[in-house]
Design a protein around this ligand. Sequence first.
Ligand code: GAL
Length: 947
Amino acid sequence: MSYVEDVSPGSGALPPRAWYAASDAKALSLNGSWRFRLSATADAEDESFAAPGHDAGDWAEVVVPGHWVLQGHGSPIYTNHLYPFPVDPPRVPTENPTGDHLRVFDLPEDWPALTEGGAVLRFDGVESCARVWLNGTDIGEFKGSRLPHEFAVGHLLKTVGNVLAVRVHQWSAGSYLEDQDQWWLPGIFRDVTLLHRPAGSALDFFVRASYDHVTGEGTLCVDSDVDGRVTVPALDIDVATGEAVTVPVEPWSAETPRLYDGELVTEGERIPLRIGFRTVSLEDGLIKVNGTAVLFKGVNRHEWHPVRGRALDLETMREDVLLMKRHNINAVRTSHYPPHPAFLGLCDEYGLWVIDECDLETHGFVEQDWRDNPVDDDRWTPALLDRAARMVERDKNHPSVVIWSLGNEAGTGRGLTAMAEWIRGRDTSRLVHYEGDLDCRDTDMYSRMYAFHDEVERIGRGLDGGTAKRRRLPFVLCEYGHAMGNGPGGLADYQRLFESHERLQGGFVWEWIDHGIEDGRYAYAYGGDFGEELHDGNFVCDGLLFPDRTPSPGLVEFKKVIEPVRIEGDGADGTVRVTNAHDFADLSALAFTWSYQVDGETVETGPLSVPPLAPGESADVKLPRPPVDGRGAETSWTVRALLAADTAWAARGHPVAWGQFAAAARPRPAVVPTAAPVAGERLITLGPASFDARTGTPTSIGGVAVEGLRLDVWRAPTDNDDGAEWQADTRYGVLWRDLGLHRMRHRLDAIELGDDSLTVRTRVAPAAREVGLATVYRWTSDGSRLRLTVSVAPEGNWTLPLPRLGIRFGLAGADRVTWFGGGPGEAYPDSRAASTVCRWQSTVDDLQTPYVRPQENGARADVRWAELGGLRIEGDPEFWFSARRWTNEQLDAARHRTDLVPGPTVWVNLDHGQHGIGSQSCGPGPLPRYFLHAGPAEFSFVFAETG
Ligand code: GAL
């Protein structure tokens, strides 16, 4: 069996060691354009290409770091947990796309003489298995795609004309350990670097920097394989390696990421250090840092770029960190592999707690009841230990890393225990996580994914049972809030639980970014778009960011839900309660402002003085007197917490938290019915409106043509409506369609002209079913305005909630939209925390949320009135507003953004109710209180021309 199918991690590589970006030793990046040849099998071509002098003139070129399937050679494949090859470990298919890579390089002029020290060739990430030759000499092969591998190559180097040859196989025994839910993307996708190793240069070193929160002192000790000195000028530290020193320090935390610059100096090398003092402990059943329990407000981050796949540059990594910080996120789980090492440097610098997860997942074995699972087969244990060691050794010097995770969805087995034991033996300063270990045999916390709210609450109360060890441990939701398509809903309800039970130490939303691939055919491609024989569709697009890193409404909602300051108020008595929800920081970095709104318009703003509360403290602060007399109007206060000064991650004035509270309630719109309906031959007129005399539907309101106004209960099912396949009895998207709610028929029963009203009686029902909605439209007018009251009475045995309940109609030529209500973005019953009530403006196009797979989107909540297309619409009560250039049916039929072709008509939905969103695409559906039950309902709208 060749090395490709060998369970061993490889041969020839140096022992793993700490990664650092730079030192004073020379380094040569070998990133850039490489010659490339793709073969269909692992050995279609012999190895002669690796010999110096091979003529690769007719080969293609690829960019390293990169994936060849994203550069025009072959195609990506997306599966969630299914292996896209027969499961027969460790064998892989004969059809094994293999990329030969060639790069010829000279040493730069300032490179030291070849006799001075040695050199190391470092690969930071190659998927999935590589064999390497330098100047014709085979220097080894390796697996472990998202882990570094270094080779000693000094003895092989020449000054000019070095030939580096790398053969990369898409499939290998290692693929069985890398069954993460993501695209399969072969290639040299992280940096390749040649490092000079002067005589006496550092090998491995371990920066141990702890903090004693009782004394306020930090202890630093740098263990180094090569003796040297450690200096930290700001702390007057100058000690030998291996020697501990204790001094007063400012501790590091994600909220206050204090780093001290230092240096490790060995005889041959000077390495910059960035030292953060902090102590992680498991104490009183809680995860504590520096003696304080932390609450993770986290996300799961896969590495993703819509063009370059998992080959991320530093700027993209920084953008991720900045976006996280700006959205109040304080933690990252590096699902499901160690990220590019530079990302962790950014987490140290800007402040994020990190669960660093090993490159391990064997989820596909679930298809065979976990038989032959590599993590329970001793032959694979060396490979598992190699992966654990490569992660820990590489990343151990990052203060941001507080927890090691053994991997994801790999079942259970001895191999995992061996990994945990090895990690604990090597690093006692961090905790260990693995979600699959329900009994917590190997872990320091009870971790779950997608647990429903009620179970999380039971766990919070300690009523969940489990082993005695588990009952003593803290709880984290390593995944929750499945952000696929529209949603997730229910985040605020989780957060309330986290903040009410100390055992619940927060969670990590699944996931950070949609893995859509930029593609002219579709805008963004997902599973199946490359003709894969097995795939999981758009399950790969389940992030809080769209593929181009535009925040989705889910991220805006999450930012609000996890804000580190709670601002609650009582507008009527003029007080606001401010609570500092940080774990470490006081409020001195924030400036508070108040603003006062009359009918949604801000009439005045001013500063609000809030004491610099310590974490957990609250204060009641008096608001000023209302600046204007808003009698007869709806009035409200909005209090904001803004950054008081520029920070590394956002500028002064950046909004961190806010609260809004009503002062005086909205007066309801009144229309005194004075006009009488007048029947003509083909039209009935009432006030400003004309109706089709045969159907009873309005054709115009004043000069505005109105098309197809009728009850609407259908919404293009969201991914969360459709649910996951294992939740058959609550997949409402599927059940709604099955019932026929997307093809309701409207039967006209009567058109009645009263003295001051026009009443149209109908029954709305799907073919083949007995259920229906008796629907009455009652129109009245005061001569200039028109009021519609819709009454709905369900008939028959309704067992399902409704997707939506309201009316829809078409308008010609609408574009700009102004409304007074929730905004600026979309909101749904269980994802509306971020919706702020005031006056908003948009265009119809900008009201759309461009989910990668089109689905219901764009509703604005709590709308008092909206103006578009020459109409003003007031709600009684407030309503959900949406408008688009296509119908809900067209939205439903679309598979990609490019399927949505704008038509001339703008379709408007005014909803009395919307069903909640939930996160059932992989988790719970909406909580019962967000259900839109089919029950008797009555709601009104007042229409008028805007003139
Ligand atoms: C989890 C898994 C993730 C992802 C998610 C669904 O089970 O750990 O990798 O597949 O479900 O999107």
